[in-house]
Every structure is written in C-alpha cells, then in structure tokens.
Ligand binder design. Structure first.
Ligand SMILES: Nc1ncnc2c1ncn2[C@@H]1O[C@H](COP(=O)(O)OP(=O)(O)O)[C@@H](O)[C@H]1O
Ligand SMILES: [Mg+2]
Ligand SMILES: [Zn+2]
Length: 367
C-alpha cells in the first residue's frame, strides 16, 4: 500500500497548503511561461518543497497546457497528459531528482553536468531537483556554480534545503529564492481530516489534534504518524496516540498547569502521579509544561503574541491558555518556571525522573 504522504502529495497548487506567497508567484510564471532558470527552496521539512518542485516540472512540460488556453489561465498542470502522469509517478526520464546528502562529491556533480549538456529525451525541458543541496562539498558547489552561471536553455534547476545558511551566497544569489514556512496547526488538521475522510478512518478529534501538534509544522511527519497509528487500529482514540508518542495530549498538560497556577499543591502532586502511573514520559511532560507556562507568561506580558499562537494552537487550546494567563502571578510563576527548567536537566539523567519534578513543585507551592 502506498504511504499516505505519497498518496496525498498535492497535484495542484490549489491543494498546496500554507505557501500562498509562493503559489501566487509561480502561477504567474506559469501563465506567462516565464520560469526562472534556477530556484532555491528553503524551509523546514515536510512543508512542500519537493511537491512544488514537481509541480514546476509538470507546468513546464505539461502537453495540454501548450494547446489548451484554459490551463494557461489557471496556472495549474492538467495532470492527465503523459508528462504530468509520469512526473507524478516519479518515473519521468527528464526530471532528475538527486539527493545531495548521499551524492555530495565532485564526481556526482560532473555526472550531473553531463546530463545537463544532453537535450531532454522526450520533454520540452529537463528539470534537475537537487535535494539537501547544503550537503555538497565545496568542490561540488564550485562545479555546480559553473553550470548555474551558463545553464542551457532547456534546463531548470530546483535546489532544496532545510539549511539555508549553509548554501554559499555565490549559489543562492543565482537563484530565485522561496521560503517555505512551517504549516500552521489548523492547516495540518485540515489536511489530516481530508485524508481521514477519504480513507474512511476513525480518529477522535483530540487524537487528531495531538497527531497534528506532534508534527511541529511538518505535514509529512503528520501524515506518517497518522499512517503508523491507523495501521495498528482503524479506530484511534487519544490514548492510542499518547501511548505511541509517549506524550500526553494538551488537555492533561493544561490541567496540570492549572493546578500549578492555582497553587494547589495536593492536586498538582496527585495529578502528576496519576500521569506517571499511566506510563508517560515525564521528561516530555515537563518540556510541554514549560512551554505551556512560557506561553501563558508571554501572552500576559504581550497580548498581541496571540496572533502567533493562533498558528501553533487550536482555538480550544488558545482559549484555555488565555484563561490560564489570567491566573498567572509574574514573580511567583517565573520562579516556578525556572525550577521546572532546572528540574528538566536533572530529570534527563536521573533514574527517578519524577523526583526533580516533585521537588520543584513542592518548593514553589508549599508557601
Ligand atoms: N504545503 C503542503 N500542503 C499540502 N501537503 C503538504 C505540504 N507540504 C507537505 N505536504 C505533504 O507532505 C508530503 C511531503 O512533502 P514534501 O513536498 O516532500 O516536503 P519537503 O518540504 O520536505 O520536500 C507531501 O507528499 C504531502 O503529502
Ligand atoms: Mg523534499
Ligand atoms: Zn499535463
């Protein structure tokens, strides 16, 4: 069975989420048939770089677009002609994908240069997609630079990287650059919901939210996790995701934070022990807790930060957080936060992870 992340790779710009700023420019390029000779896509993993590279390869080579005006205007590929279907299936001879992480050296780039010189076998243009381009050796970069300086007319380069700073300026300045941003939580939830529906899976809402949050902005990670979890059981509850991820859902973190903010020592300790009994990873829990309190604190100090948190949290989560920010007493809770951070480094090396956490809580709440 095809992995979910492959099966649901967007085939049109319409389906590419969260990168509107890039889509607009590329659609215009497609309408006018004016693509750059080299692109550099950078940004976090699973945000649509390879997907967009393939979209460009299709747009340039789509046969229907050459003949049908309608497709020119939409700035989308037809997804039916031979080049479109071959590129989607990943066996187009004229679309060459190179993983620079495992082909780092000068010899590999020389091979590539051979290919650059040869005309396309059957398409209009040859498209070279070089992934993780920052991994190339210095020699290899120099060789690539020569090619980028004088590329043949039938060739387009698309370089992709998660580490922009490691790409030499000589290279990046010869490209049109696009920053792919992390996907917002609601965008990830939106796409996972579509997949769940299409695959007739059963995933509880809170389970879905945790899967999306665990992906930290990467749609590929979210889709892989969904794949992994639903392959065990078609019907997924929050506790299944919690168990597999070793991480508890947002509600438990928020509940513990509430006890702490209300300075309820008894409730805090008994709830912590309840979580521990459930077999969850307490280091992870503390990390989540620190983030939760930090968000509450920053939200109280700077309410406009809410805009940013809208991207990372669901509406429910944000509502909780705002309530909790009201409970916050700066001095007292900054001290708590500091103790939790100290406990975090102690816990990681301690055979009794719960102890530093309990001590931090007792120290801060006992008065
Ligand atoms: N912006 C996006 N919109 C919709 N799906 C996406 C997006 N980014 C990634 N995905 C999903 O994740 C998978 C991997 O995306 P990919 O383009 O290979 O990411 P990368 O940025 O690491 O190259 C895709 O097949 C698709 O299912
Ligand atoms: Mg990629
Ligand atoms: Zn086509």
């Amino acid at each position: 069975m095809l992995a979910i992340y492959r099966k649901y790779r967007p085939k049109t710009f319409e389906d590419l989420l969260g990168q509107e700023h890039i889509v607009e420019i590329l659609r215009n390029a497609a309408r006018q048939d004016k693509f750059a000779h080299a692109y550099l896509f950078y940004g976090s993993r699973g945000s649509g770089k390879t997907t967009t590279a393939r979209l460009i390869a299709k747009l340039i080579n789509c046969e229907t677009r050459q003949t049908d005006k309608k497709f020119k205007e939409t700035g989308e590929p037809c997804n039916k002609c031979r080049p479109c279907t071959e590129i989607d299936a990943g066996h187009a001879l004229d679309v060459i994908e190179v993983d620079a992480a495992s082909n780092r050296g000068i010899d590999e780039i020389r091979n590539l240069q051979e290919g650059v010189r040869l005309s396309p076998t059957s398409y209009k243009s040859k498209v070279f997609i070089i992934d993780e381009v920052h991994m190339l050796t210095r020699e290899a970069f120099n060789a690539l630079l020569k090619t980028l300086e004088e590329p043949p007319a039938h060739v387009i380069f698309i370089l992709a990287t998660t580490e922009y700073e490691k790409v030499p300026a000589t290279i990046s300045s010869r490209t049109q650059r696009f920053h792919f941003r992390k996907l917002a939580l609601n965008e990830i939830i939106k796409k996972l919901s579509l997949i769940i529906k299409a695959e007739k899976l059963k995933v509880a809402d809170d389970a879905l939210e945790l899967i999306a949050a665990l992906a930290e902005g990467s749609l590929r990670d979210a889709e892989s996790l969904l794949d992994q979890i639903t392959s065990l059981d078609q019907s997924v509850e929050l506790k299944d995701v919690e168990r597999i991820a070793g991480k508890i859902g947002y509600k438990k973190t928020a509940q513990l934070a509430e006890y702490l903010l209300k300075s309820s020592l008894e409730d805090s300790l008994s709830y912590l022990n309840e979580i521990d009994q459930g077999g969850y990873n307490l280091v992870q829990l503390n990390k989540d807790l620190i983030h939760y309190l930090r968000r509450a604190l920053t939200l109280k100090m700077s309410p406009k930060i809410e805009e940013l948190y809208q991207k990372e949290l669901t509406k429910d989560e944000l509502a909780h957080l705002k309530n909790h920010a009201q409970l916050l007493q700066e001095q007292k809770h900054i001290a708590l936060l500091k103790s939790l951070i100290r406990a975090y480094s102690e816990m990681r090396y301690s055979p009794f992870a719960i102890v530093p956490l309990e001590v931090a809580i007792i120290e801060n709440l006992k008065h």
